[in-house]
Design a protein around this ligand. Structure first.
Ligand code: 3UK
Length: 512
């Protein structure tokens, strides 16, 4: 369906094409700092490509980006791709230990970070034992990426690549072990933009896109950068934590037509709507992904705003949403039907396809699937099975092709739409002197959204007070990314275990 000429470099169609199509004066990006036109963006991208070349960073080499949602993110990401360099946007909420791993694992040639994240990135770099040839701040100071662009030329010819060539990576975390770098190709953003952005959402040139999910998530990268650039629309960026207040203020100020959130944020926004009702007049459609959207959240949102929410499931490995509800066909409590261009099926443990209604492993086939995990043949072999990709999700599919989420086949939790490993939280808890043993599982809160819950055996003589709960939550937040902490604690005498001493986590899950 999609044609890619020889030598295809995806920066030509997402950046250069707009000048050829006369869109140079149109606003591509809006932030509270000001607007950036397509012509300005294209010039900044070329300057960034020239800067990377001048630093001696060449095709195939990686540049890690720990960069907040900003024009610099766009310039660096596309400048790298245009020069054949592989940009790797990282989650900006992580800790030094996480960055140390990714810096070493990627063997990056460049590391560029917003000053806000220096306190975790700089010790991470020191711990990594790897020395990238170029390390710089994204902005702030004469040596920063933004400042150094000024000395570069605004002309740059895209380095020839191909639809199948490696283009960018995104790291995804697993329940145990280290994060895995999903290697995406030049064609992948075209595939997601056309099949999901245009043909599922109906994205158009006059759309204004606002994603509460940040650009470093595959979800945010599509919503807030790829889709607007594909249709020649406008992206609105929020350089702050997405809260009901900050998102409402952004919607009122910039009047987006498409709004992208996650279930936890919709739930918080619904509460905030009781106190203040912002003007949603510009929005024609809301989207949710990252974790299942409870039917009740959708019902309340529609009741209070008059707007629909399209739930769809996507993944870092497939880059964006591959099963989705449609504007004219919404089944609350389901992920909807297959997005055009993707094939999906539910399999049993032996690899046989299951009949409608039975739950099993959801496998997906599609042209935006990651080629592999970098430097990780075991995880690649377990996930990428020929051209099928194992999502790790348990789903049912009914006679009419509607898919419904049943749970994960591993222990991973989605908390606020972001991956969270219960084992990582347990490991942090048992580092606390008052904790003898800990088990963490996901249980739904009052909103029907999964939150980590801890069962803790305390050291002799320690009392399970509410101030100890606060202290343990803080202890986790300090050691781990700030969203990785138990929302509820249970202090118990012992944990349920098998005869061989293995913790029976399933006994701690409320649904079982
Ligand atoms: C879960 C959902 C039920 C599911 C993502 C949109 O979330 C994204 O990517 P991640 O790699 O996580 C993937 C996993 O998250 N999930 C996501 N959406 C839903 N479960 N209903 C949903 N609507 O376990 C999936 O395997 O962080 C979402 C676009 C791009 C993305 N990368």
């Amino acid at each position: 369906v999609l044609a890619f000429p020889p030598g295809f470099n995806v920066a030509r169609v997402f950046i250069d094409r707009h000048l050829a199509e006369g869109r140079g004066a149109k606003v591509a990006i809006r932030t509270t700092q000001g607007d950036t036109t397509y012509a300005e963006l294209a010039a900044g991208v070329n300057r960034a490509a020239n800067l990377l070349v001048s630093l001696g960073i060449g095709p195939g080499e990686r540049v890690l980006m720990i960069v907040k949602d900003s024009v610099a993110f766009f310039q660096l990401f596309w400048g790298a791709i245009k020069a054949g360099v592989v940009p790797v946007p990282l989650n900006t909420l992580l800790r030094a230990r996480d960055y140390a791993f990714m810096i070493a694992d990627s063997g990056c040639a460049g590391l560029i970070y917003s000053p806000e994240f220096a306190a975790e990135v700089e010790p991470g770099l020191a711990q990594s034992g790897h020395r990238p040839v170029a390390v710089m701040l994204a902005e702030g100071g004469a040596d920063s990426f933004a400042a150094r662009l000024a000395a570069q030329s605004e002309q740059f010819e895209a380095v020839p690549a191909s639809a199948e060539a490696d283009c960018f990576w995104l790291y995804s975390s697993g329940s145990t072990g280290n994060p895995k770098g999903a290697v995406h190709r030049h064609r992948d953003m075209v595939v997601t933009s056309e099949f999901y952005g245009v043909r599922t959402l109906g994205a158009r040139e006059d759309d204004v896109f606002f994603s509460a999910a940040k650009l470093f998530f595959a979800y945010g990268l599509g919503n807030g950068m790829t889709f607007p650039l594909w249709v020649g629309g406008t992206a609105v960026l929020l350089d702050a934590r997405p809260t009901p207040e900050s998102t409402f203020a952004t919607i009122e100020r910039f009047r987006p037509t498409l709004y992208f959130g996650v279930p936890t944020l919709y739930a918080a926004q619904i509460h905030a709507l009781e106190a203040r009702k912002p003007d949603f007049g510009s929005v024609r459609l809301c989207v949710s992904a990252g974790e299942a959207l409870p039917a009740e959240t959708l019902r309340r949102w529609k009741e209070r705003t008059g707007l629909d929410i399209l739930d769809g499931i996507g993944s870092t490995e497939l880059l964006h949403i591959f099963i989705s509800n449609r504007p004219d066909d919404i089944r609350p409590g389901t992920s909807g039907r297959m997005v055009e261009g993707y094939e999906g099926a539910v399999f049993d443990e032996e690899g046989a396809r299951l009949p409608p209604g039975q739950s099993g492993r959801l496998m997906i086939r599609g042209l935006s699937a990651a080629r592999c995990y970098w430097n990780n043949p075991e995880k690649t072999a377990a996930t990428m099975l020929g051209d099928w990709l194992n999502t790790g999700d348990t789903y049912t599919c009914d006679e009419e092709g509607y898919f419904a989420y049943c749970g994960r086949s591993d222990d991973m939790l989605k908390v606020g739409g972001i991956w969270c490993s219960p084992f990582e939280i347990e490991a942090a808890l048992i580092e606390h002197p008052d904790v003898l043993e800990a088990a963490v599982v996901g249980n739904p809160d009052a909103e029907g959204l999964v939150k980590p819950e801890a069962w803790v055996v305390l050291a002799d003589g320690v009392r399970g007070t509410s101030s100890l709960q606060t202290a343990l939550a803080l202890h986790c937040k300090e050691r781990l990314a700030p969203y990785k902490f138990p929302r509820r604690f249970h202090f118990v005498e012992d944990l349920p275990k098998t005869a061989t001493g293995k913790i029976q986590r399933f006994r701690l899950r409320s649904q079982e």
